[in-house]
Write a protein that binds this ligand. Structure first.
Ligand code: A3P
Length: 327
């Protein structure tokens, strides 16, 4: 009503009626003439937007995939970012998102786009389990191609735990962590959640499909990828990204005995294995943890099998095995 001042009105609007609108959502000026006129950018910048994203989840081999694809001369990853290490996390982190579209475009090297078949891309493993990220990606990049990697979720949870233990001075062992419930120190319980939650693959995939058609989503069997990424790298280049100049993946990666993994190969034919924090060596999880995780993920994995079948995706090997032994 006219009795309210502008700021009171704004308060009422954003706090009482439409709290979801407190955060802006950026749509793409390249798809909208009116926005294009308002934007402090220009049409030539439209080519800088990434053509595909590696969205995660964390600890499934996303860094390996990112650096292997980066060896292809037509594929250009986002520039190194010193705030969030190698990941932009633009769509999943509110503060970073508020930097806006021009900031996002600045994270890619515009000189890279030399030919019409060059593609920019980025990987942020935090996108996979973020509904907000799905919404924001859809608004800005509706035609984007998305790559996700699924590893056996129990092993993924354990890898996440190892990552946290190595990075911080937490000392809790994995068996104890899994036994925590809401009543325990919220920090430790939060860690348990971070280990387990992203492995609810079917729930998140269903959400992704609410925003994107399955032909825009490529799902990798993470265990197969870790064992030998070559077939997968060829398939991504040819079938999914339809690159003009696919490169035989034996030229992009080679097995490195010392590392115990396939490593990217530079154009001077040198190994560029990932750092020590990727492909860590740690002891096997206890049979208690293994059993806990098998039970914990039983329903999730059943739902995942259904989901993949319904959407014409092939089952990852670890799920076929699970299928035979546990259903
Ligand atoms: P671990 O260190 O627990 O073994 P992300 O990059 O998504 O965080 O994933 C890290 C995981 O990638 C590692 O977890 C490792 O198992 C896996 N991985 C798969 N292929 C790899 C490769 N070629 N080099 C190193 N790590 C690889």
């Amino acid at each position: 009503s006219s009795d309210l001042s502008t700021s009171e009105l704004a308060r009422k609007y954003f706090y009482d009626y439409y709290p979801d609108e407190k955060m802006p959502i950026f749509t793409n000026p390249c798809h909208d003439e009116m926005l294009m006129n308002l934007w402090n950018g220009n049409r030539s910048m439209c080519r800088i937007f990434p053509q595909f994203l590696i969205v995660g989840p964390q600890k499934t081999g996303t860094t390996a995939l990112y650096s292997m694809l980066s060896q292809h001369p037509d594929l250009h990853p986002s520039k190194k970012n010193f705030i969030t290490y190698e990941e932009l996390q633009f769509f999943s982190n509110d503060t970073i998102y508020l930097n806006g579209i021009n900031w996002y475009l600045d994270q890619f090297d515009s000189d890279n786009i030399v030919s019409e078949w060059s593609m920019n891309f980025e990987k942020s493993a935090t996108y996979f389990d973020s509904i907000l990220a799905m919404k924001r990606i859809k608004a800005l990049l509706p035609n984007i191609r998305l790559i996700m990697i699924l590893t056996e979720p129990g092993a993924r949870a354990y890898s996440r735990y190892q990552h946290e233990i190595a990075r911080t001075n937490q000392t809790i062992n994995f068996d104890d962590l899994l036994q925590l419930n809401h009543n325990h120190s919220s920090n430790q319980f939060h860690l348990k959640e971070r280990c387990l939650q992203p492995g609810h693959y079917a729930e998140y995939l269903r959400q992704w499909l609410n925003y994107f058609p399955s032909k825009q989503i490529y799902i990798i069997d993470g265990d197969a990828f870790r064992y030998d990424p070559r077939t997968i790298l060829n398939d991504i280049q040819i079938r999914f990204l339809q690159l003009k100049n696919p490169i035989n993946s034996s030229k992009l990666v080679k097995f490195n005995r010392k590392k115990g993994f396939f490593c990217p190969i530079s154009n001077k034919n040198h190994f560029q294995c990932l750092g020590n924090s990727k492909g860590r060596r740690y002891e096997k999880m206890s049979s208690y943890s293994r059993e806990y995780l098998n039970n914990y993920y039983l329903l999730h994995n059943q739902k995942l099998i259904q989901f993949l079948r319904n959407n014409n995706y092939s089952l990852p090997l670890w799920l076929t095995f699970f299928n035979r032994t546990q259903l």
